[in-house]
Design a protein around this ligand. Structure first.
Ligand SMILES: NC(=O)c1ccc[n+]([C@@H]2O[C@H](COP(=O)([O-])OP(=O)(O)OC[C@H]3O[C@@H](n4cnc5c(N)ncnc54)[C@H](OP(=O)(O)O)[C@@H]3O)[C@@H](O)[C@H]2O)c1
Ligand SMILES: [Zn+2]
Ligand SMILES: [Zn+2]
Length: 365
């Protein structure tokens, strides 16, 4: 019993209230079962959803809360029913770690839309243990929610694919952006999600325009990320010229903003896909939708099968995130910078090389 409890001991950084300040936190993972993979965490990306959650922007947070759902690590223990993974394999864990496995969505490999899906953190497992995310040293996950991390992908810059990558890949396929080469996609907001959207869209053969609040990221978007053009939302002349030129717009913005200029950019039959999750509802102008037979839709990450497909696609096309690698102890200043969109383009925590050091420093105190 004591031995099992010892094995379950884990260490991470948790937010304790809506200040969102993260600090060291000792906790227990659930028991490792026959269907589980225990993962030693190497790297974890810092998604804007983590920032929303530590600050309780959506009114859903329970504290203490350890965020993190862009996890790459090594399988250190594999349950006896698990055939797909073995100890030592490099694996990924994304935004969900459970679903009912029997509803209409689950039967279509859309566990991400299962009414009972379980988030990687800020949720509970069936035995009542709180689930905590990847800003921690290890995690125990049902093998059906563990991904094989392709050989060609680096662990650090590949980690953000597990949320940002699939969040962009899935709607491109579902909303028909990839069916014909050369369709014109606008990507609103060049952050963690947006910059990966540009890379994936280019690999699918789309024409990509980045839509951003200022021209600060213009050169990088074109020279480094491969965008075809850049549109600054405050440049009213350029915005006017771009009216009716896009087949699709993907909106990744995390804050309050107007949808009208984005809908105006669409051609007749164009589609606006919203993936950003601002705290408050946005106003939806109906007239331009009706007059142009335009559509507004949403999308949440992707199912497990499609997430694996996306990882393999990114490995094949050498798509990774542009990252700033940080230590665990840098996380609070990184969150402050993320709130100001001051990151190019995703923070990734070097968990294995900074978490263990902190733990041993703590034990010497
Ligand atoms: N649907 C899903 O499954 C899913 C998955 C992951 C994340 N999300 C949500 O998607 C959103 C974006 O996540 P992220 O990690 O990409 O965030 P991020 O790295 O902060 O990027 C968001 C970008 O939006 C733009 N932006 C920020 N504040 C703005 C404002 N006040 N007005 C206009 N534009 C603003 C900025 O781009 P510019 O500087 O270029 O303007 C910023 O870089 C978050 O709400 C997150 O919770 C949804
Ligand atoms: Zn995320
Ligand atoms: Zn289900």
């Amino acid at each position: 019993m004591t031995k099992s409890l010892d094995c379950n001991k884990a260490f991470g950084w948790a937010a304790n209230d809506t200040s969102g300040i993260l600090s060291p936190f000792h906790f227990s993972r659930r028991d490792h079962g026959d269907n589980d993979v225990t993962v030693k965490i190497l790297f974890c990306g810092v998604c804007h959803s983590d920032l929303h959650m530590i600050k309780n922007d959506w009114g859903l947070s329970h504290y203490p809360l350890i965020p993190g759902h862009e996890i790459v690590g090594i399988a250190t223990k594999v349950g006896k029913n698990v055939t797909k993974f073995k100890e030592g394999d490099r694996v990924g864990v994304g935004v969900i770690i459970g679903s009912c496995q029997s509803c209409e969505s689950c039967n279509q490999d859309l566990e991400n839309y299962c009414p009972e899906f379980v988030f990687t953190y800020n949720s509970s497992s069936p035995d009542g243990t709180r689930n905590h995310g990847g800003y921690s040293d290890k995690i125990v996950v049902d093998h059906r929610f563990v991904l094989s991390f392709p050989d060609g992908l680096p662990s650090d810059s590949g980690a953000p694919l597990l949320c940002a990558g699939i969040t962009m890949y899935s709607p491109m396929k579902y909303y028909g952006m990839t069916e014909e080469k050369g369709k014109h996609l606008g990507v609103n907001g060049l952050g963690g999600l947006g910059h990966i959207a540009v890379k994936i869209a280019k690999a699918f053969g789309l024409k990509v325009t980045v839509i951003s609040r200022s021209s600060d990221k213009e050169r990088e978007a074109i020279d480094r990320l491969g965008a075809d053009s850049f549109l600054v939302t405050t440049d009213s002349q350029k915005m006017k010229e771009a009216i009716g030129t896009m087949d699709f717009v993907m909106d990744t913005v995390a804050a309050d903003h107007s949808l009208l200029p984005l809908i105006n950019l669409l051609k007749v039959n164009g589609k606006l896909v919203t993936v950003g999750l601002p705290e408050k509802p946005l106003e939806l102008p109906i007239f331009p939708l009706v007059l142009g037979r335009k559509m507004v839709g949403g999308s949440q990450i992707g199912g497990m099968k499609e997430t694996q497909e996306m990882l393999d696609f990114c490995a094949k096309h050498n798509i990774v995130a542009d990252i700033e690698l940080i230590k665990m102890s840098d996380i609070n200043s990184a969150m402050d910078r993320l709130a100001k969109s001051d990151v190019r383009y995703r923070f990734v925590i070097d968990v294995a090389n900074s978490m263990n050091l902190l733990e041993s420093a703590e034990s010497k105190l």
